[in-house]
Design a binder for this molecule. Structure first.
Ligand code: GUN
Length: 303
Protein backbone atom coordinates (compact mmCIF):
# COMPACT_ATOMS: atom_id res chain seq x y z
CA UNK A 1 0.00 0.00 0.00
CA UNK A 2 1.14 3.51 -0.76
CA UNK A 3 1.98 5.96 2.05
CA UNK A 4 -0.21 8.95 2.79
CA UNK A 5 1.22 12.38 2.03
CA UNK A 6 2.24 14.81 4.77
CA UNK A 7 1.22 17.98 2.97
CA UNK A 8 3.79 20.57 4.03
CA UNK A 9 2.59 23.17 1.53
CA UNK A 10 -1.03 23.02 2.69
CA UNK A 11 -0.02 22.96 6.36
CA UNK A 12 2.28 25.95 5.80
CA UNK A 13 -0.59 27.87 4.19
CA UNK A 14 -2.85 27.18 7.19
CA UNK A 15 -0.18 28.27 9.68
CA UNK A 16 0.61 31.40 7.61
CA UNK A 17 -3.06 32.37 7.77
CA UNK A 18 -2.88 32.13 11.58
CA UNK A 19 0.36 34.15 11.61
CA UNK A 20 -1.20 36.80 9.36
CA UNK A 21 -4.05 37.25 11.86
CA UNK A 22 -1.63 37.33 14.81
CA UNK A 23 0.57 39.92 13.07
CA UNK A 24 -2.50 42.11 12.42
CA UNK A 25 -3.53 41.86 16.10
CA UNK A 26 0.02 42.66 17.21
CA UNK A 27 0.22 45.73 14.96
CA UNK A 28 -3.13 46.94 16.26
CA UNK A 29 -2.25 46.39 19.93
CA UNK A 30 1.39 47.50 19.95
CA UNK A 31 1.55 49.87 16.97
CA UNK A 32 4.75 48.27 15.69
CA UNK A 33 5.24 46.26 12.50
CA UNK A 34 7.33 43.10 12.96
CA UNK A 35 10.43 43.55 10.81
CA UNK A 36 12.93 41.07 9.44
CA UNK A 37 16.31 42.08 7.99
CA UNK A 38 17.68 39.54 5.50
CA UNK A 39 21.33 39.72 4.47
CA UNK A 40 22.46 37.94 1.31
CA UNK A 41 26.12 38.11 0.33
CA UNK A 42 27.18 36.98 -3.14
CA UNK A 43 25.29 35.44 -6.05
CA UNK A 44 24.63 31.81 -5.08
CA UNK A 45 21.58 30.97 -7.26
CA UNK A 46 19.84 28.75 -4.68
CA UNK A 47 20.29 31.38 -1.94
CA UNK A 48 18.81 34.02 -4.24
CA UNK A 49 15.68 31.89 -4.68
CA UNK A 50 15.39 31.20 -0.93
CA UNK A 51 15.78 34.89 -0.10
CA UNK A 52 13.15 35.90 -2.65
CA UNK A 53 10.77 33.30 -1.15
CA UNK A 54 11.37 34.81 2.30
CA UNK A 55 10.70 38.33 1.02
CA UNK A 56 7.42 37.26 -0.62
CA UNK A 57 6.32 35.26 2.41
CA UNK A 58 6.92 38.26 4.71
CA UNK A 59 4.81 40.52 2.49
CA UNK A 60 1.89 38.06 2.51
CA UNK A 61 1.57 37.98 6.31
CA UNK A 62 2.29 41.67 6.99
CA UNK A 63 5.87 41.30 8.21
CA UNK A 64 8.10 44.11 6.91
CA UNK A 65 11.29 42.84 5.27
CA UNK A 66 14.50 44.77 4.69
CA UNK A 67 16.70 43.14 2.08
CA UNK A 68 20.45 43.66 2.05
CA UNK A 69 21.96 42.19 -1.13
CA UNK A 70 25.73 42.61 -0.95
CA UNK A 71 28.40 41.72 -3.55
CA UNK A 72 30.52 38.61 -3.06
CA UNK A 73 33.59 40.84 -2.59
CA UNK A 74 32.09 42.21 0.66
CA UNK A 75 34.70 42.27 3.42
CA UNK A 76 34.10 40.68 6.83
CA UNK A 77 34.37 44.04 8.57
CA UNK A 78 31.66 45.51 6.31
CA UNK A 79 29.34 42.66 7.22
CA UNK A 80 30.19 43.13 10.92
CA UNK A 81 29.31 46.84 10.61
CA UNK A 82 25.96 46.01 9.01
CA UNK A 83 25.10 43.49 11.76
CA UNK A 84 26.05 46.06 14.42
CA UNK A 85 23.79 48.62 12.74
CA UNK A 86 20.86 46.16 12.57
CA UNK A 87 21.42 45.09 16.20
CA UNK A 88 21.18 48.74 17.30
CA UNK A 89 18.08 49.50 15.21
CA UNK A 90 15.01 49.09 17.45
CA UNK A 91 12.71 48.91 14.41
CA UNK A 92 14.42 45.64 13.30
CA UNK A 93 13.23 42.61 15.30
CA UNK A 94 14.79 39.72 13.38
CA UNK A 95 18.11 39.36 11.54
CA UNK A 96 18.87 36.53 9.13
CA UNK A 97 22.18 36.10 7.33
CA UNK A 98 21.61 33.70 4.45
CA UNK A 99 24.07 30.79 4.40
CA UNK A 100 26.40 29.80 2.89
CA UNK A 101 28.52 32.95 3.00
CA UNK A 102 31.20 33.33 0.31
CA UNK A 103 34.58 31.71 0.96
CA UNK A 104 36.87 33.82 3.07
CA UNK A 105 34.15 34.98 5.46
CA UNK A 106 34.06 33.16 8.79
CA UNK A 107 30.38 32.19 9.12
CA UNK A 108 30.44 31.43 12.84
CA UNK A 109 32.14 34.73 13.63
CA UNK A 110 29.41 36.63 11.74
CA UNK A 111 26.50 34.64 13.21
CA UNK A 112 27.87 35.09 16.73
CA UNK A 113 27.57 38.88 16.29
CA UNK A 114 23.79 38.80 15.83
CA UNK A 115 21.92 39.96 18.94
CA UNK A 116 20.53 36.65 20.33
CA UNK A 117 17.14 38.32 20.86
CA UNK A 118 17.02 39.05 17.09
CA UNK A 119 18.41 35.65 16.06
CA UNK A 120 15.31 34.29 14.31
CA UNK A 121 17.36 31.42 12.82
CA UNK A 122 18.23 30.28 16.38
CA UNK A 123 21.86 29.69 15.35
CA UNK A 124 23.49 31.83 18.07
CA UNK A 125 25.28 29.76 20.77
CA UNK A 126 23.07 31.35 23.44
CA UNK A 127 19.92 30.16 21.66
CA UNK A 128 21.41 26.72 20.93
CA UNK A 129 22.29 26.48 24.65
CA UNK A 130 18.79 27.50 25.74
CA UNK A 131 17.26 24.88 23.44
CA UNK A 132 19.65 22.23 24.71
CA UNK A 133 18.59 23.05 28.28
CA UNK A 134 14.91 22.73 27.37
CA UNK A 135 14.04 26.43 27.71
CA UNK A 136 14.15 27.65 24.11
CA UNK A 137 13.82 31.30 23.12
CA UNK A 138 13.53 30.63 19.37
CA UNK A 139 13.27 27.24 17.71
CA UNK A 140 15.34 26.58 14.58
CA UNK A 141 13.03 26.95 11.58
CA UNK A 142 13.31 23.61 9.77
CA UNK A 143 13.12 21.35 12.86
CA UNK A 144 10.32 23.52 14.28
CA UNK A 145 8.41 23.22 10.99
CA UNK A 146 8.77 19.43 11.03
CA UNK A 147 7.52 19.27 14.62
CA UNK A 148 4.48 21.39 13.70
CA UNK A 149 3.79 19.25 10.60
CA UNK A 150 3.75 16.04 12.62
CA UNK A 151 1.48 17.71 15.20
CA UNK A 152 -0.99 18.77 12.48
CA UNK A 153 -1.36 15.11 11.52
CA UNK A 154 -1.65 13.99 15.16
CA UNK A 155 1.50 11.92 14.82
CA UNK A 156 2.63 10.98 18.31
CA UNK A 157 6.36 11.25 19.07
CA UNK A 158 6.24 10.17 22.73
CA UNK A 159 8.16 6.92 23.24
CA UNK A 160 8.88 6.60 19.49
CA UNK A 161 12.23 5.64 18.03
CA UNK A 162 13.34 8.59 15.89
CA UNK A 163 16.36 8.43 13.61
CA UNK A 164 17.69 11.70 12.18
CA UNK A 165 20.12 11.23 9.30
CA UNK A 166 22.56 14.17 9.21
CA UNK A 167 24.27 16.12 11.98
CA UNK A 168 24.27 19.69 10.63
CA UNK A 169 23.95 22.66 12.97
CA UNK A 170 20.96 23.89 10.93
CA UNK A 171 18.85 20.72 10.86
CA UNK A 172 20.23 17.43 12.20
CA UNK A 173 21.48 18.45 15.65
CA UNK A 174 18.60 20.80 16.57
CA UNK A 175 16.09 18.26 15.19
CA UNK A 176 17.47 15.66 17.58
CA UNK A 177 17.21 18.15 20.46
CA UNK A 178 13.59 19.02 19.63
CA UNK A 179 12.52 15.37 19.64
CA UNK A 180 14.31 14.98 22.97
CA UNK A 181 12.42 17.83 24.67
CA UNK A 182 9.92 16.96 27.38
CA UNK A 183 6.28 17.29 26.33
CA UNK A 184 4.23 17.35 23.11
CA UNK A 185 6.27 16.87 19.94
CA UNK A 186 9.13 15.47 22.04
CA UNK A 187 9.65 12.60 24.48
CA UNK A 188 11.15 10.46 21.71
CA UNK A 189 14.16 8.15 21.82
CA UNK A 190 16.55 9.80 19.41
CA UNK A 191 19.47 8.60 17.32
CA UNK A 192 21.40 11.01 15.08
CA UNK A 193 23.26 9.22 12.26
CA UNK A 194 25.93 10.67 9.99
CA UNK A 195 28.53 9.79 7.39
CA UNK A 196 30.62 7.83 9.93
CA UNK A 197 27.73 5.80 11.40
CA UNK A 198 28.40 2.06 11.20
CA UNK A 199 25.60 -0.03 9.67
CA UNK A 200 23.49 3.02 8.93
CA UNK A 201 20.71 1.13 7.08
CA UNK A 202 20.33 -1.18 10.08
CA UNK A 203 20.01 1.79 12.46
CA UNK A 204 17.49 3.58 10.22
CA UNK A 205 15.42 0.38 9.95
CA UNK A 206 14.72 0.57 13.70
CA UNK A 207 13.03 3.96 13.37
CA UNK A 208 9.32 4.69 13.77
CA UNK A 209 10.07 8.19 12.44
CA UNK A 210 12.93 8.97 10.01
CA UNK A 211 14.13 12.50 9.24
CA UNK A 212 16.52 12.59 6.27
CA UNK A 213 18.77 15.66 6.20
CA UNK A 214 22.06 14.65 4.64
CA UNK A 215 22.00 16.49 1.32
CA UNK A 216 22.46 13.36 -0.80
CA UNK A 217 19.95 12.81 -3.57
CA UNK A 218 17.63 9.81 -2.97
CA UNK A 219 20.01 8.32 -0.37
CA UNK A 220 17.27 6.69 1.72
CA UNK A 221 15.86 3.64 -0.04
CA UNK A 222 12.94 1.33 0.75
CA UNK A 223 15.15 -1.38 2.25
CA UNK A 224 16.19 1.05 5.03
CA UNK A 225 12.62 1.72 6.15
CA UNK A 226 10.62 -0.28 8.67
CA UNK A 227 7.15 -1.01 7.23
CA UNK A 228 4.71 1.63 8.47
CA UNK A 229 7.40 4.16 9.47
CA UNK A 230 6.91 7.91 9.00
CA UNK A 231 9.44 9.52 6.66
CA UNK A 232 10.29 13.23 6.58
CA UNK A 233 12.54 14.42 3.76
CA UNK A 234 14.49 17.65 4.29
CA UNK A 235 16.62 17.24 1.13
CA UNK A 236 16.58 19.69 -1.78
CA UNK A 237 18.95 18.33 -4.39
CA UNK A 238 19.06 19.57 -7.96
CA UNK A 239 19.85 16.64 -10.28
CA UNK A 240 19.95 16.07 -14.04
CA UNK A 241 17.57 13.36 -15.27
CA UNK A 242 17.10 11.82 -18.69
CA UNK A 243 13.47 11.82 -19.82
CA UNK A 244 11.67 10.91 -23.02
CA UNK A 245 9.68 13.86 -24.42
CA UNK A 246 6.34 13.75 -26.29
CA UNK A 247 8.16 13.07 -29.60
CA UNK A 248 9.93 10.04 -28.14
CA UNK A 249 13.24 11.96 -27.96
CA UNK A 250 15.54 11.55 -24.98
CA UNK A 251 16.51 14.77 -23.25
CA UNK A 252 18.14 15.84 -19.99
CA UNK A 253 16.19 18.03 -17.59
CA UNK A 254 16.93 19.52 -14.17
CA UNK A 255 14.81 18.11 -11.34
CA UNK A 256 14.50 18.80 -7.62
CA UNK A 257 14.70 15.62 -5.54
CA UNK A 258 14.94 14.93 -1.82
CA UNK A 259 17.25 12.78 0.29
CA UNK A 260 14.63 10.01 0.08
CA UNK A 261 13.94 7.80 -2.92
CA UNK A 262 10.25 8.78 -2.86
CA UNK A 263 8.98 6.21 -5.38
CA UNK A 264 10.30 3.16 -3.53
CA UNK A 265 9.96 4.43 0.04
CA UNK A 266 6.30 5.42 -0.36
CA UNK A 267 5.48 1.73 -0.85
CA UNK A 268 6.83 0.90 2.64
CA UNK A 269 6.18 4.00 4.77
CA UNK A 270 2.81 4.94 6.28
CA UNK A 271 3.32 8.72 5.88
CA UNK A 272 5.83 10.62 3.77
CA UNK A 273 6.66 14.21 2.83
CA UNK A 274 7.04 15.02 -0.87
CA UNK A 275 9.80 17.16 -2.44
CA UNK A 276 8.89 19.84 -3.33
CA UNK A 277 5.85 20.72 -1.21
CA UNK A 278 7.00 19.05 1.99
CA UNK A 279 9.35 20.58 4.53
CA UNK A 280 10.51 23.61 2.48
CA UNK A 281 7.40 25.82 2.85
CA UNK A 282 7.32 25.12 6.59
CA UNK A 283 10.86 26.42 7.13
CA UNK A 284 9.91 29.85 5.79
CA UNK A 285 6.67 29.78 7.79
CA UNK A 286 8.53 29.22 11.07
CA UNK A 287 10.82 32.13 10.19
CA UNK A 288 7.74 34.37 10.02
CA UNK A 289 6.56 33.04 13.38
CA UNK A 290 9.98 33.59 14.96
CA UNK A 291 10.01 37.17 13.64
CA UNK A 292 6.61 37.85 15.20
CA UNK A 293 7.81 36.31 18.47
CA UNK A 294 11.02 38.38 18.32
CA UNK A 295 8.89 41.54 17.95
CA UNK A 296 6.79 40.43 20.92
CA UNK A 297 9.91 39.80 22.97
CA UNK A 298 11.50 43.16 22.13
CA UNK A 299 8.36 45.22 22.70
CA UNK A 300 7.43 43.42 25.92
CA UNK A 301 4.13 42.25 24.38
CA UNK A 302 2.67 39.11 25.97
CA UNK A 303 2.98 35.92 23.96
N1 GUN B 1 20.73 28.34 4.18
C1 GUN B 1 20.07 27.16 4.07
N2 GUN B 1 19.16 27.04 5.05
C2 GUN B 1 19.26 28.16 5.81
C3 GUN B 1 18.57 28.62 6.98
O1 GUN B 1 17.68 27.94 7.54
N3 GUN B 1 18.94 29.83 7.46
C4 GUN B 1 19.93 30.57 6.87
N4 GUN B 1 20.24 31.74 7.42
N5 GUN B 1 20.58 30.17 5.79
C5 GUN B 1 20.23 28.97 5.27
Amino acid sequence: MSAQILDGKGTAEQIREEIKNDVASFVEEVGVQPTLAVVLVGDDPASQVYVRNKENACAKVGVRSLMYRLPKETKSYELCDLIAKLNADASVHGILVQLPLPQGIDEKRILDLIDPKKDVDAFHPENVGLLSQGRPRFLPCTPYGIQRLLARYNIETKGKRVVVIGRSDIVGKPMGLLFLQKGPGGDATVTVCHSRTANLPEVVREADIVVAAIGKAEFVTADMIKPGAIVVDVGMNRVQREVVDENGEKKTVGKLVGDVDFESVKEVASWITPVPGGVGPLTVTMLLLNTLNAARLQTGAAR
